[in-house]
Ligand binder design. Structure first.
Ligand code: F6P
Length: 322
């Protein structure tokens, strides 16, 4: 078996650990691994090379992806998919392991319809892949965001301010709700749950009158737009409550850094599991975590599932912020 391996979409800490795991698990079974640079775009351009066990040395602890990543417009067309299949055929690649998010799996589904044996590994800091409770990179990203929040808390306490902190998550508030709970924020604005900014301002006023001197409000990226920025939210809060407010957008810093132990171990397990599936003749599956166990789902079915949101955690963090 010759396995193509690529990372696609936004990078996530732990992708390198997954690359190492796939490569060495495959070599241990006597399979050949071809690393494809820059995701599906690199595939279309034939940008690939054989990976040996030593090629993936000393990457476990590094963020980013040694295979680079990209979002390809050309691959998203029927002609692009056909061309990708031709490139795979001419390179002798019969199987493909893709590490990324939903967009990455859609590509794998298209290729699987043309006969490529595909397996998806969930890798995105957003943890927004529907079929799985966990995606590689989420733990590192939430800890990076939390570290920044702790630093902000120092200055916001000194100045008796409100910090409005925007965290990543274009379509999901999973990082937002976790770090809001972990930092003791007054609330968290997410796309999953309706919010009332006036009600939050009222809560700030009541708490200020009761002696609380500083506040954090977490905003998940998906909530803001160019007409409603985190800065606008901070200004609104300041005008309504009289508490000086500052907005901070954490941005891409959340995507970098050395992966946590949890992310490395998850990446290792998922990479091994993906190769095991192919080795057992199983393909067109996404590796997933359910109840702390590794399982796998048909790609097409997985893409139709609905992702849960930790409503309970959101409710509890609001109750505790008194
Ligand atoms: O990978 C997910 C993510 O980090 C989102 O949270 C964010 O909206 C998006 O990627 C940013 O993408 P880009 O790096 O392409 O601007």
């Amino acid at each position: 078996m010759t396995i193509g391996l690529l990372t696609s979409g936004g990078d996530a800490p732990g992708m390198n650990a997954a690359i190492r795991s796939v490569t060495r698990s495959a070599i241990a079974r006597g399979f050949k691994v071809i690393g494809i640079r820059r995701g599906y775009q690199g595939l279309l351009e034939g940008d690939m090379y054989e990976l040996g066990a030593r090629d993936v040395s000393d990457i476990l602890h590094r963020g980013g992806t040694m295979l680079y990543t990209a979002r390809s417009k050309e691959f998203a067309t029927p002609d692009g998919v056909r061309k990708a299949k031709e490139v795979l055929d001419s390179a002798g690649i019969d199987s493909l392991i893709v590490i990324g998010g939903d967009g990455t799996y859609r590509g794998a589904l298209d290729l699987s319809r043309l006969g490529v044996r595909c397996i998806g590994i969930p890798g995105t800091i957003d943890n927004d892949i529907v079929c799985t409770e966990y995606t590689i990179g989420f733990d590192t990203a939430q800890n990076t965001a939390l570290e920044m929040l702790d630093k902000l808390k120092d200055t916001e306490m000194s100045h008796n301010r409100c910090s409005v902190v925007e965290v990543m998550g274009r379509k999901a508030g999973h990082i937002g709700v976790r770090v809001a709970a972990a930092t003791g924020a007054i609330d968290c604005l997410t796309v999953e749950r309706p919010y009332d900014l006036d009600e939050i301002c009222q809560k700030i006023i009541e708490q200020k009158n009761a002696g609380k001197s500083h506040f954090e409000l977490i905003v998940a990226e998906g909530v803001v737009s160019k007409d409603f920025t985190s800065d606008d939210i901070a200004k609104y809060i300041e005008a309504k409550t009289g508490v000086t407010s500052r907005a901070t957008v954490l941005g891409h810093v959340q995507r970098g850094g050395s992966p946590t132990c949890y992310d490395r171990v998850m990446a290792l397990k998922m990479g091994y599991y993906a190769v095991e599936l192919l080795s057992n003749g199983i393909s067109n599956r996404i590796v997933a975590v359910r109840n702390d166990k590794l399982v796998d789902f048909d790609i097409e079915e997985a893409l139709k599932m609905q992702k849960g949101y930790d409503e309970k955690l959101h409710s509890v963090l609001r109750i505790l912020s008194i």
